[in-house]
Design a protein around this ligand. Structure first.
Ligand code: NAD
Length: 301
C-alpha cells in the first residue's frame, strides 16, 4: 500500500457508538465505507445516527450539503464481515472490548480483504500484539487505531504499534488518519491503556469512588472538574456517553494487567447489572430525557 491513503475502501466491523462514528468520519473524507454488525437492529440504528449527524453538521455550516450527500452515497451497510471486508484496503474493528471476539472478526476479515489490507483495532486498551497473535501470518498488518468519542469532532487518533506490526502498516495507518484530518500520536510500546485510556480510566474511577463515598453529587463532581480543572466535559457524564459496559470491561482488563488501582467499583458493577449503560440505554450515572438532556442529576453510582 502506498503512503497516501485517499479514496480507499474501508470496512468497519461493529456499528455501535464508535463504529458508526468512524464510518461517518471515513465517508466524509472520501473513502468508500462498508459497515457491518452482528445485530441488524444496531446497523439500522447506526445508519439513522449517521444520517442525523450529517444533517446537524450541515445545519451548523460545518459541511455543505453535497459533502453530506457524498458521504451518504459512500456508505454501504452489510449483513456480514465477509461481505463488508471483501477486497478492502483497510479493516477497522470496533466490536465489543473482548480479545477473542476481536481476533475472530479481524481473522474473518483478513481472509477476504486485499492481501495488503491494514487490519486495525479500535480497542481502548487491549494488547495489539495479543490481538495480532490470533492472526497468524497476517499479524504484521495488525495495528491499533484508537479513535475518541465523538469521532467526527475529536481531533486525535492514537496509533498503537504491536510487536509484530511492520513499518508499512504504521505508515498506512498514519496516512489514513491524515486523510481524515486528524492528528496522531504513536504509542511506541504496546502497553495496556496506551497513552490515553489509562489516564481517562483512572480519573473517571476516582470520580466514581467520590460519588460512592458520598463526597459530592455526580453533577457537582463533574462541575468541579469542568470549572476548576478545565476538563471540557465531566468524567462521569463522559462515562455515560462512552458506555458504562465498555468502561467496566476496560477496567477489568486494566486491573488484570496494571493492578489493583484499576479495580472497578461496586457501584459501577451495579449500574451495568441494572442495564444502566449510559446514554445508549437512556440512563446511566445520570437519567436522560427523550431529547438527550440530563433529567436527573442523581447519585446512581
Ligand atoms: N465508547 C467509547 O468511547 C470508546 C472509545 C474508544 C474506543 N472504544 C472501543 O471501541 C470498541 C467498541 O466500543 P463501542 O463503545 O462502540 O461499543 P458498542 O457496544 O456501542 O458497540 C459494539 C458493537 O459491536 C457489535 N458486535 C459485537 N460483536 C460483534 C461481532 N462478532 N461481529 C460484528 N459486530 C459485533 C455489537 O452488536 C455492537 O453494535 C471497544 O473495543 C471499545 O473499547 C470505545
Amino acid at each position: 500500500m502506498d503512503v497516501e491513503f485517499a479514496g480507499r475502501s474501508v470496512a468497519i466491523v461493529g456499528a455501535g457508538i464508535m463504529g458508526a462514528g468512524i464510518a461517518q468520519a471515513a465517508a466524509m473524507s472520501g473513502h468508500r465505507v462498508a459497515v457491518c454488525d452482528q445485530s441488524s437492529e444496531q446497523l439500522e440504528k447506526a445508519a439513522q445516527e449517521i444520517d442525523r449527524s450529517l444533517g446537524i453538521l450541515v445545519c451548523k455550516g460545518r459541511i455543505d450539503e453535497p459533502t453530506a450527500a457524498a458521504a451518504r452515497n459512500a456508505l454501504r451497510f452489510c449483513d456480514s464481515v465477509e461481505e463488508a471486508a471483501a477486497g478492502v484496503d483497510l479493516v477497522i474493528e470496533a466490536v465489543v472490548e473482548n480479545l477473542e471476539v476481536k481476533q475472530r472478526v479481524l481473522g474473518a476479515a483478513a481472509v477476504v480483504a486485499s492481501p495488503h489490507a491494514v487490519l486495525a483495532t479500535n480497542t481502548s486498551q487491549l494488547s495489539i500484539s495479543s490481538i495480532a497473535s490470533g492472526l497468524g501470518q497476517d499479524a504484521d498488518r495488525v495495528i491499533g487505531l484508537h479513535f475518541f468519542n465523538p469521532v467526527v469532532l475529536m481531533r486525535l487518533i492514537e496509533i498503537v504499534r504491536g510487536l509484530m506490526t511492520n513499518d508499512a502498516t504504521v505508515e498506512a495507518a498514519q496516512a489514513f488518519a491524515v486523510s481524515l484530518g486528524k492528528e496522531t500520536v504513536l504509542c511506541l510500546k504496546d502497553s495496556p491503556g496506551f497513552l490515553t485510556s489509562r489516564i481517562s480510566a483512572i480519573v473517571r474511577l476516582e470520580c466514581l469512588r467520590m460519588l460512592e463515598e458520598g463526597v459530592g453529587t455526580a453533577e457537582d463532581i463533574d462541575r468541579a472538574l469542568r470549572l476548576g480543572l478545565n476538563f471540557p466535559i465531566g468524567p462521569l457524564e463522559l462515562g455515560d456517553r462512552n458506555g458504562l459496559d465498555t468502561y467496566l470491561l476496560v477496567l477489568e482488563s486494566l486491573s488484570q494487567s496494571l493492578g489493583e488501582r484499576f479495580r472497578p467499583t461496586v457501584g459501577l458493577r451495579n449500574l451495568v447489572a441494572a442495564g444502566r449503560l449510559g446514554r445508549k440505554t437512556g440512563a446511566g450515572i445520570y437519567d436522560y430525557a427523550a431529547d438527550g438532556s440530563i433529567r436527573d442529576a442523581d447519585s446512581h453510582g
